[in-house]
Design a protein around this ligand. Structure first.
Ligand code: AMP
Length: 400
């Protein structure tokens, strides 16, 4: 089957066409600056990227351009839209409605609309992508894959916030967690790679990218994760603060004469390693270079990041009552060997040992712990598009 994967943001969209049998990416790219001017990046497997500047007043023109590029007689990968067997859409927030990927129907769309106040920036953009694809490809089956779904197996003790219970009941305020497609994919890949039985395993997945979260996965099911009602919670991130004392919102608001949204803007966009490094960078390559040349702020930022990853892993070892494997993934998790060894060297006491030579290998599934390490530690590149493709095929075969 040829599956089109769409990840639609408010002014951009990423796409891939995957052959679900071989799991090869046939073409991929993105549309940027939708509603501003418009830029299409298209790349057929094995060829160079093509960049086209063209007006994209709405997502409809953007998706139409993607579909035209896919059918281009010279560089396309399909000769007609009938060759697209299914479309898999990323949807950010499924609230408590969705604990897995589902066929897109009118009822499903209504239920996603009902979750909009939980993800006011993301869900409307995801829905636009779904509506436009339905219009341009009527009759093609479509599946929605949610960032929150994998975490719906968390027990109440992990997802309830200790605030009056009415607010959970009335407003659905609870921990949801994000990056679920990645945590699900990487936990499964980790078990496969290490030869573990997923249904009898304890795995901690560290998704460390510009946004970062950790999950504790027991027997293939998430039992806790570090992001919360929104992706602002948990670890220190590129520009997000992660967990802070909630009183900071009022305190800083008074000092800076800002309302809650103004302070949250700072916690979302100007904090994390960017804020700690005095605005130097949110990119770990810049921070490592600066720290090496003696920049104290950059070093502090890296230290805080690694400390939070360490203490969260520690908490999840307790929640899981042990751990078989720890997996690192996403931009930092896959590429930054210093972060991995700094974090893992805090677990010497429990017999975790990193092989620094293996820790330097890049770009593939690698076990970076020594053979005598009590816990397997590995790097497992995430692939959210492939995860959406697999889910799309699975949902369609369940609904045949
Ligand atoms: P992601 O959000 O998963 O795309 O991750 C992006 C982040 O990964 C960047 O902001 C960098 O901080 C980090 N990153 C990417 N490549 C490297 C690298 N080679 N070394 C260290 N960090 C990297």
């Amino acid at each position: 089957m040829k599956v089109l994967i769409i990840n639609c943001g408010s002014s951009s969209l990423k796409y891939q066409v995957i052959d679900s049998d071989s799991e090869e990416v046939l073409a991929k790219g993105l549309c940027e600056r939708i509603g501003i001017d418009g830029r299409l990046v298209y790349q057929k497997a094995g060829l160079d990227k093509e960049i086209t500047e063209a007006p994209m007043p709405t997502h409809k023109e953007a998706i139409q351009m993607v579909l035209d590029a896919l059918q281009n007689p010279k560089t396309g990968v399909i000769s007609s839209l009938k060759e697209i067997d299914a479309v898999g859409h990323r949807v950010v927030h499924g609230g408590e409605e969705f604990s897995g990927s589902v066929l897109i129907t009118d009822e499903m769309i209504k239920a996603v609309e009902n979750c909009t106040d939980l993800a006011p920036l993301h869900n409307p953009a995801n829905l636009i992508g779904i509506r436009v694809c339905k219009e341009l490809m009527p009759g093609t089956p479509m599946v929605g894959c949610f960032d929150t779904a994998f975490h719906q197996t968390m027990p109440a003790k992990a997802y309830l916030y200790p605030i009056p219970i009415e607010y959970y009941e009335k407003y659905h305020i609870r921990k949801y967690g994000f990056h679920g497609t990645s945590h699900s994919f990487v936990s499964k890949e980790t078990a496969k790679f290490l030869g573990l039985d997923l249904n009898h395993s304890k795995i901690i997945v560290c998704h460390l990218g510009n946004g970062a979260s950790i999950s504790a996965v027991k027997d293939g099911r998430c039992i806790d994760t570090s992001m919360g009602l929104t992706p602002l919670a948990g670890l220190c991130m590129g520009t997000r603060s992660g967990d802070v004392d909630p009183s900071i919102v009022e305190f800083l608001g008074k000092k800076l004469n800002l309302d809650a949204s103004g302070v949250l803007q700072i916690l979302n966009k100007k904090s994390g390693v960017l804020g700690l490094s005095r605005g130097l960078s949110s990119d770990f390559r810049d921070l490592s270079a600066a720290a090496e040349s003696g920049n104290r702020d950059a070093q502090n930022a890296l230290d805080v990041f690694c400390y939070r990853v360490t203490t969260t892993i520690g908490a999840y070892i307790a929640a899981l009552d042990g751990v078989d494997a720890i997996a690192f993934t996403a931009g930092i998790g896959e590429n930054d060997k210093d972060v991995r060894s700094t974090v893992m060297n805090n677990f010497h006491y429990m017999g975790i040992r990193i092989d620094e030579e293996k820790n330097s290998i890049r770009g593939e599934n690698v076990k970076i712990s020594t053979d005598d390490s009590k816990v397997a530690v590995c790097v497992i590149p995430t692939n959210e598009e492939l995860a959406i493709c697999r889910d799309t095929v699975a949902v369609l075969s369940e609904n045949k």
